[in-house]
Design a protein around this ligand. Structure first.
Ligand SMILES: [Zn+2]
Ligand SMILES: [Zn+2]
Length: 95
C-alpha cells in the first residue's frame, strides 16, 4: 500500500487536457470511469487529484482518480495496483 498526500490544488490545468481525470485517462489509455484509487474504496472516481508520494524524496506530482469522499482527504492509502499518472506532461499525456 502506498500513501499519498492530496495537494488540493485548484486553478488552471498544467496541460492541454480538459481536466485532470481526462489527463489521467489519456496517460493511462483508459476509457470510461475508473474506480477510486483508495484502498478498499469501491466508489467511482469523479476527478483526478494531484498527489505527492508521502514521505518520499520524489517531489513530483502524480494524478490519481478519487471519489467524492476521498477528494477532500489529506493523506490517503492507495491500492498497490492503483495507477499513478505522472503530472509531468512529457511522461504522460504529451500535450
Ligand atoms: Zn494532460
Ligand atoms: Zn474513494
Amino acid at each position: 500500500m502506498l500513501l499519498v498526500t492530496n495537494i488540493h490544488t485548484i486553478g488552471s490545468s498544467f496541460c492541454g487536457c480538459v481536466g485532470r481525470l481526462d489527463h489521467w485517462r489519456r496517460a493511462m489509455r483508459y476509457v470510461g470511469y475508473p474506480a477510486c484509487s483508495v484502498s478498499n474504496c469501491r466508489e467511482m472516481a469523479i476527478l483526478g487529484a494531484p498527489v505527492e508520494k508521502y514521505g518520499s524524496d520524489d517531489r513530483t506530482w502524480y494524478i490519481v482518480p478519487l471519489c467524492t469522499t476521498h477528494a477532500s482527504g489529506e493523506v490517503l492509502p492507495i491500492r498497490d495496483e492503483a495507477p499513478l499518472a505522472s503530472a509531468v506532461v512529457q511522461r504522460s499525456c504529451g500535450r
